[in-house]
Write a protein that binds this ligand. Structure first.
Ligand SMILES: Cc1cc2nc3c(=O)[nH]c(=O)nc-3n(C[C@H](O)[C@H](O)[C@H](O)COP(=O)(O)OP(=O)(O)OC[C@H]3O[C@@H](n4cnc5c(N)ncnc54)[C@H](O)[C@@H]3O)c2cc1C
Length: 406
């Protein structure tokens, strides 16, 4: 019986397993490896970081969707893949061998080598980190009652990409709660977002991007653009203005909560495995395998696929991760059954919607722009759809967002 090893139970990995279980019932042995026994909706991490949702609302047990007759869940940390010997090394178990491997270990925070970023700011790339951010904010707010240090009330978000903007919106929603903890009025809790670009949100057209930025401004989020972050010191962000003259001293923003959302790269296990990569992403073949290795599929945030007419890879999203998983399951099923393989992988984005808190959002889907409250309803429908695809009705009813009317 063919052995399939799937690394990572995120969008790409778990969806691949769910589809393989349907397509190859009783025909293959699947081993799914993840360091956690739960799947998490990474697209909702900002809700946990802000404290607007508990971690339990964005997670479900991986075992809920596994067929134990076909799939074994191994809880461990993947340390390396050895493509030449078709082996996967794990931190605490003997190596696994495979006929087909699906590498879907997702993303980590990228500091771009900026001094002090790792030591003095909080990343938000998994559930533990999101919980740590919320715990940190709560501790600062409580601390303020004794310290009266204004820095306790200041939240700084470095990076105003999709993730930073969604986080700023969620934190703005949570502001009255933080203020109550600190014993101050909500306007005393400040939120700063700092970014190097002049034009934020490049994935949206000018009108939508401006709308998103204005939404944040109305929520009293201070946005600083063209700010090239040079260093993070304890409770201090140091940046250079893009138009500063030579010799201008660095600008300083202080605050006891500094959150790092400037960007992500693919899992470090990609480089550790000696695969040809850039920032943890491997340029996939047209069947989503690693170059020169037809047995090793690279899916989700560890992969890069160039659009037919483009030069830059598609952005890494949960949406493309799920689409890749569908394709990979089809391809593996065809190979196992000995039927003809699907043609080259193609992708069509269904659109992108960014939330700014619970009841506001903006974005485009199926060629139409959406703004404000209707967009926030659309965003929740999109999240529910992805939850349904992975966890079925059980997880949708347990964890879905049905608070569509306010
Ligand atoms: C705040 C935020 C908002 C976002 N919003 C959107 C959105 O609105 N729409 C959208 O499409 N995308 C969005 N994204 C991007 C999206 O979340 C990612 O592109 C997506 O999660 C990638 O899926 P993946 O399967 O590659 O990896 P992941 O979902 O990250 O899953 C990786 C899995 O691998 C496991 N793992 C990692 N390393 C190891 C190891 N060494 N050993 C064992 N297990 C390991 C992890 O535990 C995890 O289960 C957002 C991201 C963030 C952070």
């Amino acid at each position: 019986m063919k052995k399939i090893v799937v690394l990572g139970a995120g969008y790409a990995g778990l969806k691949t397993v769910v589809e393989l279980q349907k397509k190859l019932k009783g025909q293959v042995e699947i081993t799914l490896v993840d360091q956690n026994d739960y799947h998490y909706e990474a697209t909702d991490l900002h809700e946990v970081a802000s404290g607007n949702l508990p971690a339990s609302k964005i997670t479900f047990p991986i075992s809920d969707v596994l067929n134990p007759q076909m799939t074994t869940l191994l809880l461990d940390r993947v340390t390396k893949v050895d493509p030449a010997n078709r082996q996967v090394a794990l931190a605490n178990h003997a190596p696994l061998t495979y006929d087909y491997c699906v590498f879907a270990l997702g993303f980590v925070s990228e500091t771009f080598g900026i001094k002090g970023a790792k030591a003095n700011s909080l990343p938000m790339t998994n559930v533990d980190e999101a919980v740590a951010i919320h715990d940190h904010i709560v501790a600062q707010m409580k601390d303020y009652r004794q310290s009266q240090d204004p820095n306790d009330l200041k939240i700084i978000i470095c990076g105003a990409g999709f993730t930073g903007i969604e986080l700023a919106g969620a934190v703005a929603d949570a502001r009255p709660r933080y203020a109550q903890l600190a014993g101050v009025t909500p306007d005393q809790v400040t939120i700063d977002i700092i970014d190097a670009s002049k034009r934020l949100l490049p994935m949206f057209n000018d009108q939508l991007a401006a709308y998103g930025v204005n939404l944040l401004k109305k929520l009293n989020v201070q946005i600083t653009t063209e700010a090239l972050i040079q260093e993070i010191q304890p409770a201090t962000v140091l940046y250079k203005g893009a138009n500063d003259e030579e010799g201008t001293p660095l600008h300083k923003v202080t605050g006891n909560t500094i959150i790092w959302t400037t960007g992500v790269s693919g899992s470090p296990v990609v480089a550790e495995s000696g695969l040809p990569q850039r920032r943890g992403r491997v340029m996939d073949s047209d069947h989503l395998t690693a170059p020169d290795d037809d047995q090793l599929y690279m899916a989700g945030d560890v992969s890069a696929v160039i659009p037919p007419a483009g030069k830059r890879p598609y952005p890494t999203t949960a949406q493309i991760a799920l689409s890749m998983a569908n394709y990979i399951a089809k391809d593996i099923a065809a190979r196992v059954k000995g039927t003809s393989r699907p043609g080259a992988y193609t992708y069509k984005s269904l659109g992108t919607v960014a939330s700014v808190g619970n009841t506001r959002a903006f974005g485009e889907a199926s060629g139409h722009s959406f703004k404000g409250y209707p967009a926030s309803v659309l965003k929740k429908i999109i999240m529910n759809k992805s939850l349904m695809e992975l966890g079925g009705f059980k997880e949708l009813f347990a964890k879905g967002r049905f608070d569509l009317y306010h």
